[in-house]
Design a protein around this ligand. Structure first.
Ligand code: ADP
Ligand code: MG
Length: 511
């Protein structure tokens, strides 16, 4: 693949730019325009959409690594479903993170309040995404994927990623064969990608599993969202996919996180059904079967006590949460660090105890995706990690992460020592220190806001999984791997968030 993607002429660049822009707009491969592109005053009614940043060509990705990610996803789903059921373990994690992390502490308090009262809903839905980068070590063994993080809340881009795969398939049939350095049809290996339909079918499973309405109201699904969400079409693809797969159509409503208590209430009686009256249908009431959260993952959604009451209100209700608080906590970087840490030299980790078929092959398949992650506490491993983190040279191979989601929170390389110096040492255990994965260099071109960026890129693979389980019975009724995401960023950028403006959408051509 030395000459891939091919060099293209200026007029070919212009042609591809045009074709991609139109395809993206016509197929909803779109976001609301960033304020830097269209000022809020210029679009007061929010009627505009713009093509999402995307690569001109699918990036080459090692087939063996892609297959490795696909193969472990169902085991990862089971692992995180089981961890969500281990309240005692999660309580220990919250304690280790410590009081200095108010957000995690407050989430835990909500769980404890509901636990006191008793949960009425034991079913729990996970729409997960496990993120990886390719790692090639010096030993000469083949490339392997290493896990960046595991997402248990608001795992995004499943709606846009299947569209991106479709775009690249379209270009491989229509445009790439025609450029001067042609890529003939059928020379790229573009894996099928049904992430949108797959995630939607996870929600549908939970909707069915909720059972019949017991309040006499029709059932519905709520997408719990952030107001002003720019990545709305990603979510809309899931909504449309869910609706088109069911007859009669499942009613889906979008509820801003800040309006939970305004528009929902809990039915009288022991059932604690969650009832929702849409503001545009004041005479109609629905019984909420599933709450799919695309918000609530960071402190920004909880500006005051009322917002926390809203989360509590949902958590104690009978609606199936995606995710519950326990599942959200299972997705913290602290949990990832503990899972990735060897317990004894011969024992790769505690993961075996969480897998039903804890065959050594599933344990080692998962363990092969771990990279070194260290605590920053006062244990022996923690003290070693502190020394690395404070060393002006050694720190250059690491990233420091707080217990946060959604991008833009990590501290990289040389910025780690001065950052830690600015934080009281008592708070250090709320961070983890992770070895940087340095994937082999790839070239590509990114089309962002109508302009082309060219050069070295770094690709991050995400594999989606859906899982439905019973916290009390400790049984899993649904476990699927459902499509993938490839996110690509310029190799000068540390963070890869597409919504945050660093990364772009991509798809894989397997090599
Ligand atoms: P968030 O929850 O904010 O998405 P991540 O752990 O996914 O946090 O980190 C954000 C980004 O930082 C990733 O998408 C990736 O580009 C980069 N990153 C994180 N960890 C590593 C790592 N160990 N090696 C290389 N890059 C990393
Ligand atoms: Mg991430």
């Amino acid at each position: 693949m030395a000459d891939y993607p091919p060099e293209i002429t200026a007029s070919e660049e212009a042609r591809l730019t045009e074709v991609i822009k139109d395809w993206a707009l016509a197929h909803g491969l779109t976001v609301r325009p960033p304020p830097a592109l269209v000022a809020a005053e210029a679009d007061p009614r929010g009627i505009l959409a713009t093509a999402v940043p995307v690569t001109l060509f699918p990036s080459p990705f090692p087939k063996i690594c892609f297959e490795q990610g696909i193969a472990v996803q169902k085991v990862y789903n089971e692992l995180y479903a089981s961890i969500s059921q281990d309240e005692e373990f999660l309580a220990r994690m919250v304690k280790e993170i410590g009081d200095s992390d108010e957000f995690i502490t407050d989430l835990w308090k909500v769980h404890l309040r509901v636990k006191d009262e008793g949960y009425v809903q034991h079913k729990s839905l996970g729409l997960f995404r496990s993120d990886y980068m390719v790692h090639q070590d010096a030993s000469g063994s083949g490339p392997q994927i290493k896990q960046v993080e595991f997402n248990t809340i608001a795992s995004s881009f499943g709606g846009l990623s299947s569209q991106t795969s479709q775009l690249h398939i379209y270009l491989s049939l229509t445009e790439y064969p025609l450029i001067e350095r042609a890529i003939p049809r059928d020379t790229l290996t573009l894996p099928p990608n049904t992430s949108a339909a797959g995630l939607a079918s996870g929600i549908k499973e939970a909707f069915i599993s909720y059972g019949a309405s017991t309040t006499g109201h029709s059932k519905c699904v709520i997408f719990l969202i952030q107001e002003g969400e720019r990545n709305i079409f990603d979510q809309k693809h899931l909504e449309y996919s869910l609706q088109s797969s069911t007859n009669p159509i499942i009613p889906v409503f979008r509820l801003p996180f800040s309006q939970i208590e305004e528009h929902t209430y809990i039915a009288n009686g022991a059932g604690r059904q969650l009832l929702y009256t849409p503001p545009h249908l004041p005479t109609r009431t629905f019984e909420v079967a599933v709450i799919y959260m695309r918000s609530g993952y960071g402190p920004g959604d909880y500006p005051d006590a009322r917002a926390w009451e809203g989360r509590y209100h949902l958590e104690r209700s009978a609606a199936i949460k995606c995710p519950s608080i326990l599942t959200q906590i299972a997705g913290t970087k602290k949990v990832q660090q503990v899972l990735a840490s060897p317990t004894t030299p011969s024992n790769p980790s505690i993961i075996g105890q969480y897998l039903s078929s804890s065959s050594s092959s599933s344990v080692s398949a998962l363990a092969s995706t771990f990279t070194n992650i260290y605590p920053l506490d006062t244990s022996e491993a923690g003290m070693k990690a502190r020394a690395i983190a404070m060393d002006p040279e050694l720190c250059k191979g690491y990233v420091l992460k707080p217990q946060r989601e959604g991008g833009g929170n990590n501290i990289y390389r040389g910025a780690i020592p001065p950052f830690l110096e600015s934080v009281p040492e008592a708070h250090w255990p709320s961070y983890i220190l992770m070895e940087l994965i340095t994937p082999p260099p790839v070239r590509n071109m990114i089309l962002r806001n109508g302009e082309l960026e060219q050069g070295g890129v770094i690709c991050e693979l995400g594999i989606y999984g859906t899982c439905l389980w019973d916290q009390k019975a400790k049984t899993i009724s649904h476990n699927e791997q459902v499509g993938y995401l490839l996110r690509t960023k310029g190799d000068q950028s540390e963070e890869g968030g597409v919504a945050a403006g660093f990364g772009c959408m991509d798809s894989c051509t397997l090599v």
